[in-house]
Design a protein around this ligand. Structure first.
Ligand SMILES: [Mg+2]
Length: 258
């Protein structure tokens, strides 16, 4: 997985995605989406082959949902199946009648999983953040999810971070979601490093695209799949380097851990 593209200068800061990079939560999000979508796919919207097939929590999660806001992700997947729903309103109860109702069902399923303690940090995350702090490289964690700040605190990772930008901030500041780079650029502002001197670390295709669009100095894809099956797509989106864990990234870019 090594052999990244050369950089022109040193990297002064790192913006890390949260779900799937720091927290082992992408699979929990994907399962919650499956609960929400499959409930609405019982009656196919068209005669197209596969229109009523269950949500693929791996391939379709990566293609349509991963890295996007709840609303954008729900709309992108439903549209791919020919299902066009009215937007609805933020207080719609869980259901299938509006995009926000589908998103609300996902949120309810995800909260159930959180209450059951389903989300933990990846074992390499704390080690890598500590190693970067030793090297005086500040890190900010970003997420489209409103749960990220709480989860980063619960797992203890927040003590290694210079800041967190999550779904609460994107809503308050009306920042567009990935693949728009606004979230990452806001995080780079928090670090006071220009995007050209900052690395973006992402597991989602939409996030790698956002890093490239934002003009970041180094875009790193994280492929935690056991067989490395996600690496080619991350490179295709423009990742300079793809790694299977965060300590590989630290060693590749900043040298051996002392
Ligand atoms: Mg992610």
């Amino acid at each position: 997985m090594n052999g990244g593209r050369d950089r022109s200068g040193p990297l002064r800061g790192v913006v890390l995605d949260t779900d799937g990079v720091l927290l082992d939560s992408a699979v929990v999000h994907a399962a919650a989406w499956k609960t929400a979508f499959d409930a609405c796919l019982a009656e196919p919207a068209s005669d197209e082959p596969g229109a009523g097939a269950p949500f693929d929590a791996d391939a379709e999660y990566r293609r349509y949902v991963d890295g996007r806001s709840r609303y954008d992700g729900a709309e992108a997947f439903l549209t791919s199946r020919g299902i066009r729903l009215p937007p609805g309103s933020p207080d719609d109860p869980p259901g299938c009648g509006t995009v926000r109702a589908v998103a609300a069902r996902k949120e309810a399923a995800f909260r159930d999983a959180l209450a059951a303690g389903a989300v933990v940090a990846f074992p390499d995350a704390e080690e890598a953040l500590a190693a970067l702090r030793t090297r005086d490289v500040p890190c900010v964690a970003v997420s489209a999810s409103r749960h990220a700040r709480t989860l980063l605190a619960d797992t203890g990772l927040d003590r290694f971070l210079a800041g967190v930008v999550d779904g609460e901030d994107t809503a308050r500041l009306a920042l567009p979601g990935k693949p728009d780079p606004a979230l990452f650029l806001h995080a780079a502002d928090r670090l006071a490093t220009g995007p050209g001197d900052t690395a973006v670390v992402e597991d989602a295709l939409a996030g790698v695209r956002a890093g490239r669009r934002g003009g970041f100095g180094y875009v790193v894809g994280v492929d935690r799949s056991p067989d490395g099956s996600g690496s080619a797509a991350l490179r295709q989106e423009g990742a300079d380097l793809v790694v299977c864990d965060l300590m590989t990234l630290v060693r590749e870019v900043w040298g051996e851990v002392r």
